[in-house]
Ligand binder design. Sequence first.
Ligand SMILES: Cc1cc2nc3c(=O)[nH]c(=O)nc-3n(C[C@H](O)[C@H](O)[C@H](O)COP(=O)(O)OP(=O)(O)OC[C@H]3O[C@@H](n4cnc5c(N)ncnc54)[C@H](O)[C@@H]3O)c2cc1C
Length: 465
Amino acid sequence: MAQVIRSRPNEEEFALSVPVVIIGAGGCGLSAALAVRDAAVDVLVIERDSRVSGTTAMSTGLIPASGTPEQAARGIEDSPERFRDDIMQKTKGRTDPDIALHLARESVETIQWLRDRHGIPLTLIDEFLYPGHSAMRMYGSPNRTGSELMAALEAACVTAGVDILTNARVEGLIVDANDRVLGVEYVRPDGLRERVGCDALILACCGFGGNWDMVIEYIPELKDAVFHGHTGNKGEAMAWGRAMGAGLADMHAYQGHGGLAAGHAIPILWPFIMEGGFQVNTDGLRFSDESQGYSEQAVKVLSQPGHLAWSMLDQRLHDLMMKFDDFQQAEAAGAVMRGTDIADLAARIGVCQSTLEATFAEVDAVKAGSAMDPFGRDFRGKPPLASPFYAAKVTGALFHTQGGLVVDSNARVLRENGKPFPNLFAGGGAARGISGAGADGYLAGNGLLTATTFGKLAGRAAARG
Ligand SMILES: Cc1cc2nc3c(=O)[nH]c(=O)nc-3n(C[C@H](O)[C@H](O)[C@H](O)COP(=O)(O)OP(=O)(O)OC[C@H]3O[C@@H](n4cnc5c(N)ncnc54)[C@H](O)[C@@H]3O)c2cc1C
């Protein structure tokens, strides 16, 4: 039960005190910890699970950066201002433009800092554009998995001398009358309670996706969705913030996904859509402009019969997708069906053959420029799908929430009146993101952008004291 315990300075006798405490060992928490150690300041990361993972380990691990030397070397035109404009366009102007530009500017240094100072193997991916990005600016680890990213962050933390305490769920913040955090109280799996003091606290315990009561309260449109995020993220950051009078914003913003392999809990990622694939419902009919974004596609899929859709690929798109660990897993799990032609595929997935053939013909006509897409999708430059074909049955999912504590450009948590708390910071899913309202403001990569960059900024500011 998240609570704020009021106390007086010096009244608490902490057996242990550390300059900086971080709650949560995901991408934000470990980035913050590295930044604290860069300043040679001691830090303790407290994690509820028995090992570090979080949503970050479940992710694809792609982090955007704009205006980097690697982009320039490959002739990719980009800049922080252009990235900010993409964010503002995706959110329809419903996020803070100054924070968006600040994060876009910082993103370049975040990648260089993680890679060059801490050995995180990040390279520029320049094979496809993600929805809403006007330039190729995604960085990822060799196998493009969040588990690889987390393993590298954990190894860097070991090298840097970060202390990580696992199996410790923080329940209480110990706070004085001026809202200065004095320490935290955590509970061990055997029920033992312990307290540790701190000079600064960073909330890196993500959002409330693992608390279905809160999801229904703030995002009722997801009542039929599958939660495919980290179940340990229960919204404690928001509960503590609310109890202390912190500002909360965009609580109904989230990253959804319209392509979770049904019954397999494996995401079928969006590159195949961006390169010309599409979705049909169980009647074999298209129902949307899939290229608008995978996040908003969740609700569109959930509104189809059985809350299901089929994602359609051909061999070219299948080859592209096999570069992703998730898709390889989906293949191995039998989640991807193959048909030698449309009739064969229709029989295998139980969809009316003539309807499916008509849908393919309609998409081919749009791609050839001889028809308009009824959903307004621009298929220009994308070749028609060619046999053999592939299909994966998918449903709509919630990946993580994007609303949270309002922070400033140094990741300081702000009160409802806009003034910062003395020593409280937040980043990643615990803080308000740059995703506007609802699902359609989420721009791919902005989950880890806010996790790593706000984490870095919070760590640096907390270490300064
Ligand atoms: C399938 C999937 C794919 C994704 N792909 C991408 C991508 O490619 N790019 C991108 O930018 N974003 C992606 N995201 C989103 C991204 O993963 C998240 O935005 C990001 O990982 C959030 O990082 P975080 O550190 O805030 O939270 P987390 O990584 O979830 O870490 C929070 C940690 O806090 C711990 N914790 C929670 N409460 C407590 C407590 N009370 N006490 C102690 N510990 C606690 C949790 O156990 C957890 O380890 C994806 C998400 C999913 C689900």
